[in-house]
Design a protein around this ligand. Structure first.
Ligand code: DX5
Ligand code: ZN
Length: 222
């Protein structure tokens, strides 16, 4: 069995009591905390920045924080997220003029870099950075909002990236983000993903523990 990780997206958490809600999802069995940063420029929505990440650390959250930057430009904010306690920092290639430079900035800050592919973004960007990234994140919705429907063509893309990762011989997480729920997590995993972002499927459920346990039980049978 792969080393599967469940990464609830706090985009669907209760912002009026964020620390507590994140703590609850961790107690319910979450692995990574997926932190969606939006700027109302690269994507048509606005969320939170390094201050909120740092507040979660001060609150006592010590799980891996997987920062998904949906912002343009990317580079300036990287040191601030590193200081705020980010572990993974992923970015969209369309949002930076210099992909290799952005990866270097993330590495200089001792964080793990990852590259994100929108549904129609070609994987060719991977060719010259596969040796440096620790995560490849495939969007299974167009970025910007929680609660959207999983785009079916993502399965083929997951399979392709799994082949590329295996061929590289490197340890790279294959994360999928958008519309993941109890009905499709098995298919996403079978296609080759190992890290599952789920926002609304977890935070909008009655019982976080029950939902995450069901996800784990599905994954354990693969
Ligand atoms: C979308 C975000 C996702 C989103 C996932 O732009 O990157 O992380 O919050 O939410 P669900 O799981 O509800 O699709
Ligand atoms: Zn995300």
């Amino acid at each position: 069995m792969r080393d599967y990780k469940i990464a609830p997206s706090i985009l669907s958490a209760d912002f009026s009591r964020l620390g507590e809600d994140v703590q609850n999802v961790i107690e319910a069995g979450a692995d990574f905390i997926h932190f969606d940063v939006m700027d109302n420029h690269y994507v048509p929505n606005l969320t939170f920045g390094p201050l909120v990440c740092s507040a979660l650390r001060s609150f006592g959250i010590d799980n891996i924080i997987d920062v998904h930057l949906m912002i343009k430009p990317v580079d300036r904010i990287i040191p601030e997220f590193a200081k705020a306690g980010a572990n993974y920092i992923t970015f969209h290639p369309e949002a930076t003029d210099h992909i290799d430079r952005t990866i270097s900035h993330i590495l200089e800050q001792k964080c793990k870099p990852g590259i994100v592919f929108n549904p129609a973004t070609p994987l060719t960007y991977l060719e010259h950075c596969i040796d440096k990234v620790d995560m490849i994140l495939l969007m299974s919705v167009n970025p910007g909002f929680p609660g959207q429907k999983f785009i079916e063509s993502t399965y083929v893309k997951i399979k392709k990236v799994r082949e590329i990762i295996d061929k590289s011989g490197r340890e790279i997480r294959l994360e999928v983000d958008g519309g993941i729920n109890l009905d499709n997590i098995e298919k996403v995993a079978r296609a080759g993903a190992d890290t599952f972002v789920a926002g609304s499927a977890i935070f909008n459920s009655e019982d976080y523990t029950a939902t995450i346990s069901k996800m784990r039980s599905i994954l354990s049978k693969i």
